[in-house]
Design a protein around this ligand. Structure first.
Ligand code: TYD
Length: 142
């Protein structure tokens, strides 16, 4: 199975009462990995493109806890899929070895990212052709 087929939207349980809402995400239960790292992105202009990389090992879940953005995921073989992140109780799961571009940030966008690994610049592939080449190598080994 190609990694892009593992990309999926996740819906988290939301508890609401007169005091407001609360969303619950338990590592290894509501998402398919234990969380080792959390970061969030805000203050990006609408015309900014972020991401533009693939990760050899790290899996991610992206959640717009406020505002909206889009993520385009590419498999390095010509297939791509776009997700609109626009609800605080939904996220998108991204396995390792997919290319991701985040863009179309609303002014109030806060994009929360949960990651399966600590930061390691060496496992980021920031050149699309290099990513596509690595995907080809894996395919040939099959
Ligand atoms: P970058 O990967 O370019 O962000 P994005 O994926 O949103 O486009 O990261 C921006 C800078 O922050 C870059 O210098 C690397 C650094 N960084 C860390 O030190 N730790 C992290 O966990 C992340 C995600 C980035």
């Amino acid at each position: 199975m190609y990694n892009i087929n593992k990309v999926k939207m996740l819906e988290f349980s939301e508890k609401g009462d007169e005091r407001g809402r609360l969303v619950i995400i338990e590592g290894g239960q509501d998402i398919p990995f234990e969380v080792k790292r959390v970061f969030y992105i805000y203050g990006s202009d609408k015309d900014v493109m972020r991401g533009q990389h693939a990760n050899r090992r790290t899996e991610f879940v992206l959640i717009n806890v406020a505002g909206t953005s889009k993520v385009k995921v590419k498999d390095g073989r010509g297939n791509e899929v776009i997700f609109c992140l626009n609800r605080p109780h939904t996220g998108v799961y991204l396995p390792a070895m997919v290319w991701k571009d985040m863009y179309d940030f609303s002014e109030d966008s806060v994009l929360l990212v949960l990651a399966s690994e600590h930061y390691d610049a060496e496992e980021y592939i920031r050149d699309y052709d290099a990513f596509a080449y690595e995907i080809e190598q894996v395919k040939e080994k099959r």
